[in-house]
Design a binder for this molecule. Structure first.
Ligand code: FAD
Length: 400
């Protein structure tokens, strides 16, 4: 019996919707997206900071951009440097709505309120999904299934493509605020007082609006937190403790978890590809996930279109996507996972030295930092070595 649809996408975040958008605009294949939330915009976990590679290459309209800035500020407990890295701040819920509308306009069907519960399998391959909609269990068979369910990894997890148990875990939370914001840059603060084992940030978000948040990696939070304050207490202190901004009203809260490893996971099995955070595409150094989500979706779609055209969605046909990811991102992500383990465990003195060193990067090196294409020389120039770091070597070597 032939499958009901050509492509079934589980998860309507940036990765799943971009995948649907790619298939629907570049082919006549039928695509159905199953999203658990009642509305796409209910996925409002993200602060929406991103770069021109997303805006330009993925045709993101101005209407979903809240602010544009020319540079980024890095701060340590006693250091502050400005880096020439231009960026954008998206209205994240509006961004995912836009991706969904664009995919639908090209012919994809986007169903909300449909939670995928597991893969359908036959003869050792994935043949569709089981899902619940309005309290009823349903099945959808497909030539190709896509896991784009983010950190939940609803299919990639059970299929053993991504070992979530061995991954690093973190949380992030951000307030979208009406008030005064005197900076015109994104700011990242590496300071255990404001964000133990992570960083705090503020982003401009249009006239009289800004975003302020705190994130950390659980293991390093445990080492560097002085007490057991909740993340909201850190955010509230971060907002109240600096006179470069002032809050009149909190109009939204965005929060979520990150489950990440070095991204070198199995991205394709017979009948299924996984994209975005379902296979930990998020950058393990700074937790930037939108750009890798849409890039992974595009690369997966490239391989999927060839496989669908050949009538063969076996792993062998889909594996060019996995190889491309591993070649173009995986090697850097692996190094950055190690660098992240060092960065979030820095002493306050190291945080200051790292920030000062970042201020000495040339424009070309700052651009490489933004692209995560740093050279060994760049890493060495940024790294605030102390003899105490030698005891971390065995743990870091395990990542290799
Ligand atoms: C507080 C916070 C701030 C962040 N800020 C930034 C930032 O400024 N810039 C940046 O680039 N990245 C940021 N990130 C990371 C970024 O948001 C993610 O990496 C990105 O959203 C990943 O996209 P995705 O489509 O892979 O997954 P997700 O955005 O997680 O989307 C997955 C979708 O799948 C749905 N889903 C889950 N399970 C099921 C299921 N069983 N069935 C059907 N649907 C399901 C979910 O509801 C969701 O809509 C931030 C993350 C957090 C938590």
């Amino acid at each position: 019996m032939s499958p009901e649809v050509d492509v079934a996408v589980a998860g309507g975040g940036p990765a799943g919707l971009q995948f649907a958008r790619e298939i629907a605009t570049r082919s006549d294949h039928s695509v159905v997206v199953l999203e658990a939330n009642r509305r796409l915009s209910d996925n409002d976990k993200s602060t929406g900071g991103t770069f021109d590679q997303v805006i330009e290459r993925f045709d993101v309209p101005e209407a979903v951009v809240m602010a544009e800035n020319e540079d980024v500020v890095f701060e340590g407990p006693d250091a502050s440097e400005r880096l020439p890295i231009p960026g954008y701040v998206l209205d994240f819920p509006a961004f995912v709505e836009f991706l969904g509308e664009d995919a639908a306009a090209a012919g994809a069907e986007v169903r909300t309120g449909a939670r995928v519960t597991g893969p359908l399998e036959a003869d050792g391959r994935v043949t569709g999904v089981e899902y619940t909609e309005a309290g009823t269990g349903e099945r959808l068979t497909a030539e190709l299934v896509v896991d784009a369910t983010g950190p939940a990894a609803a299919l990639a997890g059970p299929l053993g493509m991504f070992d979530r148990e061995a991954a690093q875990r973190g949380i992030g939370k951000e307030y979208e605020i009406e008030g005064r914001y005197d900076l015109d840059s994104m700011l990242f603060a590496f300071d255990h007082e404001v964000a133990p084992g992570g960083y705090a940030w503020t982003f401009p978000a249009g006239d009289g609006v800004f975003k302020a948040g705190v994130c950390w990696i659980d293991d390093f939070y445990a080492t560097h937190a002085g007490g057991d304050d909740r993340i909201d207490e850190y955010i509230e202190r971060w907002i109240a403790g600096d006179d470069r901004w002032a809050m009149d009203d909190r109009r939204a809260v965005h929060a979520g978890e990150a489950v990440s490893n070095n991204s070198l996971n199995r991205r394709a099995v017979d009948g299924l590809v996984a994209v975005g955070d379902a296979v930990s595409s998020i950058n393990p150094l700074f937790g930037e996930g939108i750009r890798p989500a849409v890039e992974s979706a595009r690369w997966a779609a490239d391989a999927a279109l060839e496989a669908l055209a050949a009538g063969d969605t076996s792993r062998e046909r889909l594996a060019p996507y996995e190889r491309r990811w591993n070649d173009e991102k995986g090697a850097q992500w692996r190094v950055q996972r190690m660098v992240g383990e060092l960065l979030y465990d820095f002493t306050p003195d190291q945080q200051n030295r790292f920030v000062r060193a970042s201020g000495r990067l040339s424009d070309a090196a700052a651009d490489r930092l933004q692209r995560y294409e740093l050279s060994v020389r760049d890493y060495l120039s940024l790294y605030p070595f102390t003899p105490r770091d030698l005891r971390k070597v065995p743990k870091l070597l395990r990542h290799l």
